[in-house]
Design a protein around this ligand. Sequence first.
Ligand code: BGC
Length: 751
Amino acid sequence: MPLKKIFLILLCTSLSWSCAQEQTGTDRETEKKISRLISQMTLEEKIGQMNQISSSNMGMDQGLAEAIEKGQIGSILNEVDPARVNTYQKIAVERSRLGIPLIVGRDVIHGFKTIFPVPLGMAATFNPTVVEQGARIAAREATATGVRWTFSPMLDIARDPRWGRIAEGFGEDTYLTAVMGEAMVKGYQGTDPADPASMAACIKHFAGYSAAEGGRDYNSTFIPERLLRNVYLPPFQKAVEAGALTLMTSFNDNDGVPSTGNTFLLRNVLRDEWDFSGFVVSDWSSVTEMIAHGFAKDPGHAADLAVNAGVDMDMMSFAYITHLPELIKEGKISEKLIDEAIRNILRVKFRLGLFENPYVDENLHKDVFYAPDHLELAKQTATESVVMLKNDGTLPLDETRIKTLLVTGPMADAAHDQLGTWVFDGEEHATITPLQAIRDAYGHSIRIVYEPALSHSRDNSPAGIRKAVLAARRADAVLVFAGEESILSGEAHCLANLDLQEGQSRLIEALKAVGKPVITVIMAGRPLTIEKETTWSNAVLYSFHPGTMGGPALADLIFGLEVPSGKLPVTFPRSSGQIPLYYNHNRTGRPFLGNETLLKDIPPKAGQTSLGNTSFYLDLGADPLFPFGYGLSYSAFAYTNITLDKVSYGKDEVIGLTFDLTNTGKYTATEVAQLYICDKTGSVTRPVKELKYFERITLNPGESRTVNWTLPVSELAFRDLNMDLTVEPGQFELWVAGDSVSGDPVLFEVH
Ligand code: BGC
């Protein structure tokens, strides 16, 4: 071990907190202040710091005020009235014995007032810069109410779109999720978390929550350690390295151990391996849910398991406040363990500057909510998040050639639903729908006819469809806005069937039969299975719930003021029966070849003969509807001259890569160029492809650019047979392409 590290460990130990990061003078000062506070705290006050309650569950009543005054509450969540936040804070700071401020939390998931696309949509931008700036704006708006802690970003890798919470994360890829997670942490926390416009990030849900069996929320997961470490944990590690101040446990049990009682995850990995120095909060009542899991026998036992595993703060199960005193007295939990938890919590409160600056300016929000630059960035993010899945040349629409345009479908003017899941503070009145935006921008030159056809995404009534069909006959083009209402995705909103709801499907089919160009825009919180509807449409734009400025963003794309540039952050299956279906699956002994006999080709009375003997479905083959990374443009791009600077690299070297990207189309456009690799042989089987890098590159028509990228060989590391993080020597393939299935491989070696 290097001397410097030994010295640091000794120093940290002497200050009674374990960290391998270098401590600054300020850190040392803070640790001393924390020690002083801890030495003055009664057991009741200590346990109070570990207790978080929702203000919406208490109201501003006498009980809450008294509890804060007695030091029985360390944090409240769900209070966004600045005056009430100040009232609570005043009680904590001025009337409680030690004056320890509260930390106020809220689920600010994709914006506070100005709502950005759902995180899955943000991921489709492949643009960490706008994601970081968006998180900064969310912080600016939320902190104007006194909220200094958001329960975001969600870093769960989602390989199952039936799981409703897929909307809240960055999709199926580990690298993309890690990049976006880091961007959000930096945006929320800013360069200085103590800036009153910064808030603490909370990376969640640790860990594996998204792998719930069958895509049913809260269900068990069975993720072996190698998969956990290769796929599910790296985004969390990256976010910890980026300085994330807090982390939330998850509801699931993995291989029998609920995350809220998982010592391996919370102590061995998070604290010992990653040196996390922030605090860990449970998910909502996940401490006592260990009783329902059958892991704890009663609330006291649950508190015991959670504290011992390393959960510092109990969100809304009241098990700590009720049972820790007796557990400590009985010697089941040492006071030293409690002091560690308090230290973690107080450290975050100090880092947020809450001791120096506990109050919020109650008038600030008037200047901050929906500020013009916030709306501008929300529009840019929404524009970049839209993925064009099909276009036969119908898009972009030419304003001068259309006299009558039919706008139809239940999502055309659905301000509430286009905001997406987990929106508590965004408002309909501030939201611009596609119908409004198209009327505003083109109403003077085009006759815009609006026939909603269906009142909401689950409406199946035929009367409205008939009206829309009549209107389509008199129109030059038809714009259908379909998808799912915001309530159909999000926590506990899982679906077994991902087809577009029946009425909407019938609407698109009926419009197609009219014979006018049909442009379908889907707004949803997840991939939907839209194979038929894609066939019936001349063009398809997929917009994950796009937020406040979704309307203007879509209008600009439809009329060609902007060119689509989003790429899919998740594989789109043809049918939910194919799930799980993700691009970076391990190599099998019998991969699908594409020439297998399918159901329709099997003769009657077929004998027990080989129909291909590969990994596929008789009815659907093995290919998705659209692969990860896919997305069209009004322009087109060519990748040529992909060259590596060497044929063989040492483990400590950096791969130098050059290619020419040419815009071969007619529009100035942005391409998301993607770098994939495949490790051809390993001590354990490796994925067929893995994303390792990407970049958005904008080119004028006909313009060509030589792009230089570097990739450290260390980025090829994975957990080997012994669970060590290793780069194994051998052959690799590398692709540079516009999606996860295109391009020809270039070979290289690691020696
Ligand atoms: C969710 C968390 C959320 C918490 C607080 C839970 O139900 O799983 O993601 O942060 O509630 O609202």
